[in-house]
Design a protein around this ligand. Structure first.
Ligand code: AGP
Length: 607
């Protein structure tokens, strides 16, 4: 996903822009560039590849100025080349633009502009924007930005500089996140808060259809007619250290270890006097009995969290719950109406397929509850209700605390809704609340119980493929454990419902094949042991997960991960953590780029 930054103030713009781009690296990119207003003219330096390439170029082409814009590009239209990198500059040199999003009507705009004599140099959709700015330029860049934006279809977070106005930046937002930073004698914009928080914690979240003029003296927000809009200045709830590695070798390991705290911050504020209180959703309580079906939709790990939530909500609330991949739901012509509660799960709040599925279901009458981690994200704004996961910034591409806090919110929702619907007794509710409050310490115990995971990774690092098998919620956890391994170690693995093995896949179990068998659902333990015996009989190596104190597993499995004893409904959180660590150490043993796995971005904002 691309990232944009902008600065205007009294300091040199280049270091501020570069540090902002560095914080956005985690979003995934393959080229970068900056443009600086050097007192009446625009200078630009761009480079494909890592930020270091851009920094090298800047050593030989220094830029001096106190305002500018920067961009990290994740190529969608056109290869990751210097020419295609942002910023893009108008033919007359008056404008430069950086853009996050996709201009869907760029082809006809490019044709129209070419017919009007504009020269294109790149293959990107973004370049049409800067030529539109020149085309509509009649003196006031504000007007040119509004007119250019009115021609665009698709999504954009735009940052614009104009040579004639050295200390002013212009922004526009539609369906791509854009946050403004309010400093003292300086102002900023960025795609997300992590690029701003070292300079200011006072931020303004732009909404779709809004524009802004940004100067060192302050920020003016206005609508597409130019009418001013009063905006609230929010205070960022975390500090710059939260977006640093904190002494860990990788953000992923840091974020795995942060999970007890992230869970505490997510769960505890929602439990008062022994009861669950969902402030953001209490107004819906009276409408709950009208809900005939819950559909949980998301992508990737967020979908896997939804698969866990499906079991828990259905078990406690006794209403039908579906968990559906957003990329499938949006094209399935689903049976969704006003009796449907759609729960949308997303760490970034910017995933294109999830946004599309949300819009599709909302249009069919569903009530939308979002579970997101990023305040002010697109999904948070589109939903009717939002339950935030207070996990703090998640930098590693592979989500860990994002996933476990999503599961925690879904667990909280399930107990809250069951109590509201009267499908559980007051005593059961109180017992569940105690279990939920204990999850942060159980997460820590799951870490403490398994110091041997690095050794397991050394033992199994040469595996070229493996299976994760489980039943019920353990199967949902297999989905996430398998994805974690795949996306950072590049080792193929499959998650399988253990009961399905005999229906085909057991044919693939051969000598030495590693099978990760999750056997924490006590009621299904004997069934799982049968599966373990089946695969062992065919030569498999079995790494099992079992509840702390389970001795029977030792006679069947080659290695065991122990999980602290937890209510079977809430096991996903302590049980996934050793699997996260296993994936992390397998990737480490194989020398993989753990925080920035190949081909992956932190948020998939394109289809
Ligand atoms: C998980 O480790 C991946 N990074 C990916 O599957 C991710 O969960 C998915 O793209 C959904 O992202 P979101 O939660 O930001 O919507």
């Amino acid at each position: 996903m691309c990232g944009i930054v902008g600065y205007t103030g009294s300091s040199s713009a280049v270091p501020v822009l570069l540090s902002g781009l560095k914080r956005l690296e985690y979003r995934g990119y393959d080229s970068a560039g900056i443009a600086v207003n050097t007192g009446g003219s625009l200078q630009m330096v761009k480079a494909s590849g890592h930020l270091e390439h851009l920094m090298e170029r800047l050593k030989s082409t220094p830029l001096s100025g106190t305002s500018g814009i920067g961009h990290t590009r994740w190529a969608t239209h056109g290869a990751p080349t210097d020419i295609n990198a942002h910023p893009h500059m108008s033919n007359d040199g008056q404008f430069a633009v950086v853009h996050n999003g996709i201009i869907e009507n760029y082809a006809q705009l490019r044709e129209e502009l070419t017919e009007n004599g504009f020269q294109f140099s790149s293959e990107t959709d973004t370049e049409v924007i800067v030529h539109l700015l020149e085309y509509y330029d009649q003196g006031d860049p504000k007007v040119a930005v509004m007119k250019a934006a009115s021609r665009l279809e698709g999504s954009y977070a735009l940052g614009v500089v104009c040579a004639r106005f050295p200390d002013t930046l212009y922004t526009a937002r539609l369906s791509s996140p854009l946050i403004l930073g309010v400093g003292i004698g300086e102002s900023f914009f960025a795609s997300d808060v992590t690029a701003l928080v070292r300079h200011t914690k006072n931020v303004i979240y732009m909404e779709d259809g809004e524009f802004a003029c940004i100067t060192p003296r302050g920020i003016e927000v206005f609508d597409s007619t130019g009418a001013p809009i009063r905006k609230t200045v929010s205070r960022v709830a975390w500090d710059v250290e939260a977006a640093e590695k904190g002494g860990y070798d990788h953000f992923m390991l840091k974020e795995i270890m942060e999970q007890p705290r992230a869970l505490k911050l997510t769960i505890e504020p929602r439990i008062r006097d022994g009861r669950i209180v969902l402030d953001e959703f209490e107004s819906f309580r009276a409408q709950l009995p009208n809900i005939r079906k819950v559909v949980i939709t998301a992508c990737g790990s967020a979908y896997h969290a939804g698969c866990v939530g499906r079991y828990v909500i259905e078990q406690l609330c006794r209403i039908p719950v579906e968990a559906e991949l957003a990329s499938e739901l949006r094209y399935r012509n689903p049976i969704i109406d006003s009796s449907t509660l759609l729960i949308v799960v997303s760490q970034s709040g910017e995933t294109a397929d999830t946004i599309a599925a949300l819009k599709e279901c909302k249009a069919r009458g569903a009530t939308v509850l979002a579970v997101v981690n990023v305040v002010g994200s697109t999904i948070a704004k589109l939903a009717d209700y939002v339950l935030y996961t207070w996990a703090g910034p998640e930098i590693a591409v592979a989500t860990t605390k994002g996933y476990t806090t999503q599961v925690a919110v879904l667990d909280l929702f399930a107990v809250w809704a069951a109590e509201a619907l009267g499908t559980i007794s007051a005593q059961s509710c109180a017992d569940y609340v105690k279990q939920l409050l204990s999850l942060p310490e159980r997460a820590q115990r799951a870490i403490d119980l398994n110091p041997g995971i690095p050794a397991l990774a050394r033992q199994y690092k040469a595996a070229d493929a493996m299976f994760f098998i489980g039943r019920n919620i353990d199967y949902a956890i297999c989905l996430e454990g398998s994805l974690k391994l795949k996306e950072i170690s590049y080792i193929h693995s499959e998650a399988y419902a253990a009961g399905e093995l005999k229906h085909g896949t057991i044919a693939l179990i051969d000598e030495g094949r590693l099978v990760v068998a999750l056997a924490c659902q006590e009621a299904l333990f004997d069934k799982m042991m049968s599966n373990v015996r089946e695969v062992k009989a065919r030569g498999a190596q079995v790494l099992a997960a079992a509840l702390e104190g389970n001795r029977r597993i030792l006679s069947q499995a080659d290695d065991v991960l122990y999980i602290p004893d937890t209510d079977p409904l809430f096991l996903a959180i302590p049980e996934i953590i050793p699997l996260q660590l296993f994936a992390y150490y397998m990737a480490r043993e194989n020398g993989c780029d753990i925080d920035k796995p190949k081909n992956l971005a932190k948020s998939v904002t394109v289809e």
